[in-house]
Design a protein. Sequence first.
Length: 337
Amino acid sequence: MFAKIRAISSYLPAKIEFNDQIVEKRFIKKIGVQSRHVAAQDESAGDLAFNAAEKLFAEYKLDRHETDFILLCTQHGDYQMPHTAAHLQSRLELGKHVGTLDIALGCSGYVYGLAVAKSFIESGLAKKILFLTSSVYTKYINVRDTSTRPLFGDGATATWIEAVDEEAPSLNAFVFGSDGSRYDKLIIPVGGSRLMPRDNPEIFSTDEQKNYRSNYEVFMDGMAITHFTLREVPKLVDDVLTAAKLTRDDLDYCIFHQANKFMMTYLRDKAGLNDVNFHNDISTTGNIVSGSVPLAIEQVVKNFGAENLKRVMLAGFGVGLSWAGCIADLSGMRNAQ
């Protein structure tokens, strides 16, 4: 029995922010983000994940009671404790036999989560997994931080992964990597156990580009993240192809974490993927972190057809700093009802 992705649904909050109200048009053209969905003040990561799960069950006529494990990838759980996936088990009215686990990863999180789901299913510990991603980054980005705010949107995805009796795995050639020495290049300094909020007052500052933020909000060294991506991801592409015993000509599609248009265009060229179908569109969503890959899969399947997606390279990279890639056979994905 092998793990297989069978369905994906996404949920985007109703509120929309338009970047032409924040930054100049030439910056919008560079990053490729016209608008982004933003969680309401009373919308949590768990709320977004709940809505994505309900949409998945409805769109694909899935029996929710067949779920035997919930994975949730988010960096901003509803509470410091307990883990949000446990609360979702109750909110989704699932049985007490359902296992739950939060994965505290960002942009590489979807591929890591697929590996966890594969491990559970192919070891016989689970048969049908509800894998959720949820990002509410905008809650942690100052509205006056015009270098970071225009890039990120909020959103959640729900992926149904189940055991199938087939001759070959649908998820394989996983490659992982981390460079923790650069942990501070994308960070919220205060809020964890190292710098507790009660011991560290909120302090606001302005950088050389006049971006305004506090030590409770996201800091991103955009240049360092770009250099990291262009240094590590082309090698990741080579390593995944080697692990899968494939060439670039064998790939049906590449679906990578959607950081921004400029970076993805440059990355595609540096990784030697100009002749491979390559998704590069976050014009109305922005970067929704761990949800960017499944959101892109959902869009590509609708436009390209699942039957044509037998060898798809998936890759995520970012906060940590971390990266991960794999090959997925998406040809068995169902059509929404």
